[in-house]
Design a protein around this ligand. Structure first.
Ligand code: PGA
Length: 259
C-alpha cells in the first residue's frame, strides 16, 4: 500500500518531499532523480534549492518524465526550458547530467528507445517525483495507457490540453502530442513520490490510491509498486475512503521507518 501523507498545504508538502530528497542526495552523491513538471512539484524544487545550498550536487543525475512533441526546445514552456529554469539552475545541477525526452519531430522514431537506454545506463531512477493530471495521468500517460508501456509518443487528451493552456498564450498553441515515460518505465523507479494539491485532483487521487487497478485511470498503476509515498493536501484527500487510517498510520509512524 502507498504511504499517504496528508499535509496542510502545498508548501508543507514541498518541504516534506524536499527534505527527503535532500537526505538521499547527501548520502548518495550520484543520486538519480526523476523529475516532473507542471505546477505541483514547484514547491519541492523551491525548498530543495535552499536545502542543497553548499552540498556537492555535481554528480546528481536527472530524468524528466515527458516533453511536448514539435515544440521549439527554446520555447519557455518546453519541458526542457522548464526543467532548466525551475530545477537545473536553482539547484546548481550539471545540465549535461539532466535529461529530457527529445520531442523533435526529426528524432521521434528513436527518441523513446534512446531515452530508455539512457535511464538504464544511469542505473535506473532512485526516486521519481510525480504529479497527477485531472484525467488520472502520470507523466503524460493518458487513460488507456498500458501498465507495461515504455517511453513513447502519446496524443494528449483535450482535457489535458485545456488544463495546460494556462502556460501558453492560447489553447491552440498547446501541442497535441507528447513523448512520455511509460507506466512500465515509471514503475521501474525505486521509489515513487506522488504529490497532488487542491480539490480538482481529489477524484484522480482517490482512483489512483483506492480505485480499481485500471488503465482507464493510469495513476492506479502506483498500486503495483512496492514503495510509494503520496503527499496530498486535505482538498486532494477529500474523496479518500480510508483518509482517517492514513492519518492514524502517519501520526503513529515509528522513528525507524523512513518516509
Ligand atoms: P499540474 O499537472 O501539476 O500542473 O496540476 C499535473 C500533471 O499533469 O501531472
Amino acid at each position: 500500500m502507498a504511504e499517504v501523507v496528508i499535509v496542510p498545504d502545498s508548501a508543507a508538502g514541498g518541504r516534506l518531499v524536499a527534505e527527503l530528497i535532500s537526505r538521499r542526495i547527501r548520502t548518495n552523491p550520484q543520486f538519480v532523480l526523476g523529475l516532473a513538471t507542471g505546477s505541483t512539484p514547484m514547491p519541492v524544487y523551491q525548498r530543495l534549492s535552499a536545502l542543497l545550498a553548499g552540498v556537492d550536487v555535481s554528480s546528481v543525475r536527472g530524468f524528466a518524465l515527458d516533453e511536448y512533441v514539435g515544440i521549439d526546445p527554446a520555447h519557455s514552456e518546453s519541458y526542457r526550458s522548464v526543467i532548466r529554469r525551475e530545477v537545473v539552475e536553482p539547484l546548481g545541477l550539471d545540465p549535461e547530467l539532466i535529461h529530457v525526452p527529445d520531442g523533435s519531430v526529426d528524432g521521434i522514431r528513436t527518441a523513446g528507445a534512446d531515452y530508455e537506454a539512457s535511464i538504464e545506463e544511469a542505473g535506473g531512477v532512485d526516486l521519481q517525483i510525480l504529479g497527477i493530471g485531472t484525467t488520472g495521468h502520470i507523466g503524460f500517460n493518458e487513460p488507456g495507457s498500458s501498465f507495461a508501456s515504455l517511453t513513447r509518443v502519446k496524443t494528449l487528451t483535450e482535457q489535458t490540453r485545456r488544463d495546460n493552456a494556462r502556460f501558453f498564450d492560447s489553447l491552440e498553441e498547446v501541442p497535441r502530442h507528447c513523448i512520455t515515460q511509460g507506466l512500465g518505465t515509471i514503475l521501474r523507479a525505486r521509489h515513487l513520490v506522488m504529490l497532488a494539491f487542491g480539490d480538482g485532483k481529489a477524484a484522480a487521487v482517490a482512483g489512483a490510491v483506492e480505485g480499481p487497478l485500471t488503465a482507464s485511470l493510469p495513476a492506479s498503476a502506483i498500486q503495483l509498486h512496492e514503495r510509494v509515498t503520496v503527499v496530498i493536501d486535505e482538498a486532494a484527500a477529500s474523496r479518500l475512503r480510508f483518509a482517517d487510517y492514513y492519518r492514524h498510520a502517519y501520526a503513529n509512524k515509528p522513528d525507524w521507518q523512513e518516509l
